[in-house]
Design a protein around this ligand. Structure first.
Ligand code: ATP
Ligand code: MN
Length: 463
């Protein structure tokens, strides 16, 4: 008999009265000498299916292997349930044990293991309700992202993960090399001779696909990337990973205000999609971790994001009278505490800050007439701080070239990028959304290590 997923069984009344076959992992078994109840989960839903063993027909020996974590297959009649916790249940007729799980060793015995404990068991934590829910939400969000851009006619562009330009500027890079570390080839002047390396030059893992994204946008019009990025920043925070996924749309003929409109529409679409398609999972997470989660998601959907300049934002922070850990004044990069103050205390809405001092932003951002600021935009969210960073790009060859010189960025690496401004340059804009920051927001989790299956952070590359 063909297996039916538990999500389907619980999602329809149609199957009641018919025979079904279900397969999954045992969450619990309880009962007495007359009847035994098994809660079965197959990963398709946060909800378990109840399997009932009538002990007139079964004996203890046959059910002995049904312990928490064991994998089983059951066929039987699906009937309405007498119990108040579920609508239907399966009356077991046949049982197949696929794999046992020794109760003395299987680590996920009780409910309510701490998230810290589960991080140490990341190879098994997808078997918990919490991580099942998070991983299904993550998957649905990934789908929503493609759906959003594809329906708008954006082209999905695959930018390289290995890059030779060390000027992407978004963070410290992981080097990629096949040179023998214990016996490095040296040049006459004593430096490492990268001409002997695999690619004939020094290479690293990308921190952003943007520069190549711009090549795509200035040919295809509107593109997006969605892939892994790597940052060797030694920042052990609840919002930073060394390997994370980023979505980077890049659009020709968009100015910064078109860019902000797209960013706002995009995140709202993703949140709406998750609420519509992952209701059970989000309700479960809300119930167990964050009672305000659903209200917060609805709130973001139903409010326009506040738009103001960095200069105005800093003024509000200075006048707030609040003692921040990092003092704030015009010219400093905003810390998470500042961003969250603006969003959570002052406006009580998501905020888009624009026009940052050029010194704290990347070289490619469009320079404003004031000579001091650039057309950057950061989208700031409650609980998260920065969720999106973007800008209108400098489309003028001379201005871009001057900035590159000013910052001493190695020109030989940048010739191909500058060609976009030499041949058919256009106004264009784009942004980067850290996928895990979006998943954090939608699931109500507070540590980024809990929204990616196998997190990579400083000193941790387990599993
Ligand atoms: P932050 O100031 O939070 O470190 P950033 O300014 O370095 O962010 P960008 O370079 O603009 O970020 O990257 C675009 C987006 O990628 C950010 O808005 C954020 O959502 C996400 N992001 C950046 N660094 C990380 C990281 N180490 N782990 C997870 N997501 C990240
Ligand atoms: Mn950063």
């Amino acid at each position: 008999m063909k297996r039916t997923k538990i999500s389907r069984i619980l999602g329809t009344a149609e199957l009641i009265g018919s025979d079904v076959c279900v397969k999954g992992w045992v969450r619990t078994r309880r009962g007495n000498k007359y009847v035994q109840f098994v809660a079965l989960n197959d990963g398709s839903s946060v909800k378990n299916l109840q399997i009932v063993f009538d002990m007139n027909k079964w004996n203890d020996e046959e059910l002995k292997a049904i312990t928490t974590g064991a994998s089983i297959g059951v066929t039987g009649k699906l009937v309405e349930s007498q119990g108040k916790d579920q609508t239907c249940e399966v009356q077991a007729e046949t049982l197949e044990i696929y794999g046992t799980a020794d109760p003395a060793e299987y680590p996920l015995q009780k409910k309510g293991h701490s998230l810290e404990f589960l991080r140490e068991k990341a190879h098994l934590r997808p078997r918990t309700n919490t991580f099942g829910a998070i991983l299904r939400v993550r998957s649905a969000l990934a789908y929503a992202i493609h759906k959003f851009f594809q329906e708008k006619g954006f082209v999905y562009l695959h930018t390289p993960l290995i890059t030779a330009s060390d000027c992407e500027g978004a963070g410290a890079m992981f080097q990629v090399t096949t040179l023998p570390l214990s016996n490095l080839p040296k040049t006459e002047t004593g430096e490492v001779d990268y001409s002997k390396d695999f690619f004939g030059k020094s290479t690293a893992l990308t921190v952003s696909g943007q520069l190549e994204g711009e090549l795509g946008a200035t040919a295809l019009g509107e593109i997006y990337t969605f892939g892994p990025t790597f940052r060797a920043e030694n920042s052990n925070t609840p919002r930073h990973l060394s390997e994370f996924w980023m979505i980077e749309p890049e659009m020709a003929f968009y100015d910064i205000s078109d860019n902000m409109d797209l960013a706002e529409e995009f995140v709202k679409y993703c949140i709406r999609y998750a609420l519509d398609h992952c209701r059970d999972d989000i309700e479960f997470l809300s119930e167990h971790f964050d009672p305000e989660l659903i209200d917060r998601l609805e709130f973001v959907l139903h409010n326009d994001f506040v738009r103001l300049t960095y200069t105005e934002g800093v003024k509000i922070l200075e006048e707030s009278g609040k003692k921040f850990e990092f003092p704030v004044h015009w010219g400093t990069d905003l810390q998470s505490e500042h961003e969250r103050y603006l969003v959570e205390q002052h406006f009580k809405k998501p905020v888009i800050l624009t026009d940052y001092p050029k010194e704290i932003k990347a070289f490619y951002m469009k320079q404003n007439e004031d000579g001091k600021t650039v057309r950057a935009m950061d989208v700031l969210f409650p609980n998260i701080g920065e969720i999106i960073g973007g800008s209108e790009r400098e489309a003028d060859y001379d201005k871009l070239y001057a900035r590159i010189q000013e910052l001493n960025i190695p020109m030989k690496d940048m010739w191909w990028y500058l060609d976009t401004r030499r041949f058919g340059t256009v106004p264009h804009s784009g942004f980067g959304l850290g996928f895990e920051r979006l998943v954090l927001f939608v699931t109500g989790m507070t540590n980024i290590r809990d929204v990616i299956p196998f997190p990579r952070t400083p000193n941790n590359a387990e599993f």
